[in-house]
Each structure stands twice: as structure tokens, then as C-alpha cells.
Design a protein around this ligand. Structure first.
Ligand SMILES: Cc1cc2nc3c(=O)[nH]c(=O)nc-3n(C[C@H](O)[C@H](O)[C@H](O)COP(=O)(O)O)c2cc1C
Length: 197
């Protein structure tokens, strides 16, 4: 008799890039993650959410309980997602200003991040952005995001051999495999939080 294997429920992952730079390596990591989720993992639907249209947070922009249109659209995308993939460099040992701005807009009432699973991947200098992971995890406490602990992914982009091509696409097979492991862990943790596995 054939074994019946239940299909995994599909999870929607919102992917946010903390760098606004056109040739961002971190956005390159998101392209790789999207490719991997399409080609070699069942049950992940990844959507890149652009944070560049968001205005700088100013609570004077909140009128009659409404946020500016770009903020409303962003908040809706986060609400519709099951989990979050952050791909960001560190700026001066911490979370980048554009990413913190996006997080802060999402935290305005009602907080749209609550109870979602999350994972962090990063590319940068020295420690590959790793120091910002701990600040991001700390921010997650107040807004009720639940980060996977492991595996951790932080990649030094300046250490030879080159890990990216001239268009900012990740070309290093080992890093691709490690990103896949992050996605598999995020998927499992998301389903666990939702009581679906
Ligand atoms: C304002 C600023 C501060 C930075 N601070 C750090 C830092 O603290 N640690 C680090 O590893 N890289 C730092 N960098 C370098 C970035 O990690 C590097 O430029 C990286 O490629 C940016 O990511 P992106 O390619 O996704 O834009 C900094 C860059 C900028 C613009």
C-alpha cells in the first residue's frame, strides 16, 4: 500500500531588505531565497516587500486613525504574511535606518508583526552584518516577533573569493545551501507557531 504523505500548508513569507541601494547584496540574498523557495522547498510563497516608498516615521502623518497610503499598503502586506525574512546589512553596528523605520511603522497600533515567525540573513563587511542581528532580535521582543535561533547566516561580501556577481546576485553555492537551511528552519518554526505541525 502506498504511504499517504500530507502536503505541507503553504506559508507566505514577506521578505524585507534593509538597504535601499539598487545593487544591494542583501536584496541579492532575497532573490536567491526566492529562487530556492520556488525550486527546492515545498510550501513557501515568498514575496519581496519594498520599503523604499515609506515616509520617515512621523506620527503627525496619522490622521483620523489612518496612515499614509504607502504605510497602509505596507502594513497590509505584513498582516497577510505568516512570517518575515529580514535581509539587511548593518549600519554602524546596528539595524539600518530604513529597516527600523519600516519596523516602527508596522508597530503602530494595531501592531502588525505580532506572533509571526522571522529569520535574519545578512551580507556586509567584517562580520557580515552579524552585530545587527542582535539588535533586530531585541526589537522583536516588544513587537512580538519570534526569531528562529539557528541556523545563523551572515556573509562577508568583501572577503575573496567573490560571493556575488557584478549585478549583486549571489553566486556562492555554499552560501546558497546555507540560505536554504535558514528557509527550511523558518518554515518549520512558522508551522509550529501556528500549530500546523
Ligand atoms: C552608513 C553605513 C554604515 C555602515 N556600517 C557598517 C558596519 O557597522 N558594519 C559592516 O559590516 N558594514 C558596514 N557598512 C558597510 C555595509 O555593510 C556594506 O556597504 C554592504 O554592502 C551594504 O549592504 P548592501 O549591499 O545590501 O547595500 C556600512 C555602510 C554604510 C552606508
Amino acid at each position: 500500500m502506498e504511504a499517504v504523505v500530507a502536503a505541507k500548508p503553504v506559508i507566505n513569507v514577506a521578505a524585507l531588505c534593509g538597504s535601499l541601494r539598487k545593487g544591494s547584496y542583501n536584496r541579492g540574498l532575497i532573490r536567491t531565497a526566492t529562487e530556492i523557495s520556488k525550486e527546492s522547498i515545498n510550501g513557501i510563497q515568498m514575496e519581496y516587500i519594498d520599503i523604499s516608498p515609506l515616509p520617515m516615521l512621523d506620527t503627525d502623518l496619522e490622521v483620523d486613525g489612518k496612515y499614509p497610503p504607502a504605510v497602509e499598503a505596507f502594513r497590509q502586506k505584513i498582516l497577510e504574511s505568516d512570517s518575515i525574512l529580514f535581509a539587511s546589512p548593518e549600519y554602524n553596528y546596528s539595524v539600518t535606518a530604513p529597516l527600523k523605520n519600516a519596523i516602527d511603522w508596522g508597530s503602530r497600533s494595531p501592531n502588525v508583526w505580532g506572533d509571526k515567525a522571522a529569520a535574519i540573513i545578512s551580507a556586509g563587511g567584517g562580520f557580515g552584518g552579524a552585530r545587527s542581528h542582535y539588535h533586530l532580535r531585541q526589537i522583536g521582543i516588544y513587537i512580538d516577533l519570534h526569531f528562529i535561533n539557528k541556523p545563523e547566516f551572515h556573509l562577508n561580501v568583501f572577503q575573496p573569493p567573490a560571493k556575488f556577481d557584478s549585478d549583486g546576485n549571489l553566486v556562492d553555492p555554499t552560501s546558497k545551501e546555507r540560505i536554504k537551511e535558514v528557509l527550511v528552519a523558518l518554515q518549520a518554526f512558522t508551522l509550529r507557531l501556528q500549530g500546523k505541525n
